[in-house]
Write a protein that binds this ligand. Structure first.
Ligand SMILES: NC(=O)c1ccc[n+]([C@@H]2O[C@H](COP(=O)([O-])OP(=O)(O)OC[C@H]3O[C@@H](n4cnc5c(N)ncnc54)[C@H](O)[C@@H]3O)[C@@H](O)[C@H]2O)c1
Length: 439
């Protein structure tokens, strides 16, 4: 039984428009998957919102509903998809090009996928050096491009009869940018857009347009994007959720599963060497050192935060951590990630762990996009604004309130996510103390 006060959550009535920046491998695998599930020939494997359960009350209470029955999420039948891309191909052709899903499966989904044609992108090759395309907006300056997006979003919402929208960045990784003075306030940010300042990347223009249009925003790539005071202030001011960054799939997913286990057993680490081969367009973009730098920063911080060398110097001081991504076209989206982990145990005796993860990047990322769209929409209806740290579970480099270190341990992240849902519904938080069973 609920004990605390429930948060008022507006019902998920009407259609939810999911606006995707980038209609590449991740976005098309996500859309095709939802369409296949809607048609009843696939299961939403990997999606916590669709398959996950949540325990309520005591272990003896036997209350374990599905998450989607516990909180009012939008239903898959109510999702509508829109996208921007620098290439004009429909979602069907883009999915064929991405080569993630089989032709036969896509053939069965041709009709809904063909209808999704990307809107013209806000793009500048300065920020993604390895790409060039024709489906691109032109405008006097970055502020004007943002206004074009704002008008386009309003028109899209009206045409598609959506009640609510969410926006997710699933476009290419931009070059590494640091926070700049113009990112400090909303005024300086808007002025910088008018001045075509180089510190304003396209991803920031989309995020600005979303937040100005009353739409929550999630960042699936490691770009700086909403991790700047100006856009965090705008999200707060307009009472919108934001979260990021960089979908946690593949190798980093494994890292945040294994590292907490090593630390739990007080096993030491001398080094963790990670390398990948990957042949999709994402791999091609990341072959550019400036885009790779953005990804590398996002991937590297994970172990430091989980292992806390400053708290456990004997175990984790000065471990070496190397991450490499090599573009290797024959593999397409089917990445192979190797990890060599040099650990040590009792009396300092050395051991090694080897992981060879033959994963499929977009297959791991697609359910994350679905969950983020549904949870961000839920947060919006529940009046949750600003950085949605409870969604850290989905990110390699979780966004937090300024000054707060991110939590990377996937098990803590999951507990936080589920406790947030319990809190919303006025249920007891689960601490796993469990003394009551022994009274
Ligand atoms: N697949 C994964 O496991 C995974 C995990 C974490 C992060 N990501 C990130 O997600 C993003 C998408 O990955 P993907 O495999 O789909 O890549 P992709 O290259 O297949 O698709 C990205 C698409 O974005 C488009 N694009 C680039 N800049 C754009 C802009 N300014 N506006 C609109 N469209 C733009 C490109 O034309 C391309 O079609 C990448 O940044 C990637 O690093 C992916």
């Amino acid at each position: 039984m609920p004990v605390a006060k429930q948060t008022e959550i507006k019902p998920a009535e009407g259609k939810l428009g999911v606006l995707l920046v980038g209609l590449g491998a991740v976005s098309t695998t996500f859309i095709a998957g939802v369409e296949a599930i809607k048609k009843g020939f696939a299961q939403p494997i990997g999606s916590l919102t669709q398959m996950g359960t949540i325990r309520l009350g005591k272990r003896t209470d036997n209350r374990v509903p599905l998450i989607k029955d516990f909180v009012p999420l939008a239903q898959l039948k109510d999702l509508v998809f829109g996208a921007w891309d620098i290439f004009p191909e429909s979602a069907y052709d883009a999915a064929l090009n991405a080569g993630v899903l089989e032709k036969e499966l896509l053939g069965q989904l041709k009709e809904p996928l063909r209808k999704i044609r990307p809107m013209k992108a806000v793009f500048d090759q300065t920020y993604v050096k390895r790409l060039s395309g024709t489906n691109v907006k032109t405008g006097k300056n970055k502020f004007e491009l943002a206004q074009q997006l704002i008008d386009e979003i309003a028109e899209w919402k009206r045409k598609n009869k959506c009640a609510r929208l969410v926006m997710i960045w699933a476009a290419s990784t931009e070059i590494f940018l640091k926070q700049h003075a113009v990112h400090k306030t909303l005024d300086s940010f808007e002025q910088a857009m008018r001045d075509n300042h180089k510190a304003i990347a396209p991803s920031m223009i989309y995020a600005y347009a979303a937040l100005k249009s009353g739409i929550p925003f999630a960042n699936g790539a490691p770009n700086l994007t909403v991790d700047i005071p100006a856009l965090m202030t705008l999200a707060d001011k307009n009472k919108l959720g934001i979260c990021g960054k960089d979908f946690k799939t593949g190798q980093t997913l494994m890292k945040t599963i294994i590292a907490p286990g090593l630390k739990a057993r007080m096993l030491g680490l001398h080094g963790w060497y990670s390398t990948n081969i990957l042949g999709n367009r994402d791999g091609e973009v990341l072959d550019d050192p400036d885009s790779f730098k953005t990804k590398e920063e996002s991937k590297l911080s994970v172990l430091e935060y989980i292992l806390q060398p400053e708290v456990y110097p004997t175990l984790y001081k000065d471990f070496s951590h190397v991450v490499r991504i090599n573009y290797y076209p024959p593999r397409g989206d089917n990445k192979e990630g190797w990890d060599n982990i040099d650990i040590f145990g009792w009396l300092g005796y050395k051991m090694q762990i080897k992981i060879d993860f033959l994963c499929r990047d977009s297959i791991l990322a697609a359910p994350i996009v679905l969950d983020l769209a549904l949870f961000l929409d839920l947060a919006q209806r529940a009046g949750m604004k600003g950085v949605q740290e409870w969604l850290s579970f989905y990110f390699k480099s979780p966004q937090t309130a300024p000054g707060l270190y991110p939590e990377h341990d996937i098990f803590i992240q999951l507990m936080k996510l589920k406790n947030t849902l319990r809190h919303l519904r006025g249920e007891d938080l689960i601490t796993h103390l469990g003394l009551e069973y022994y009274d």
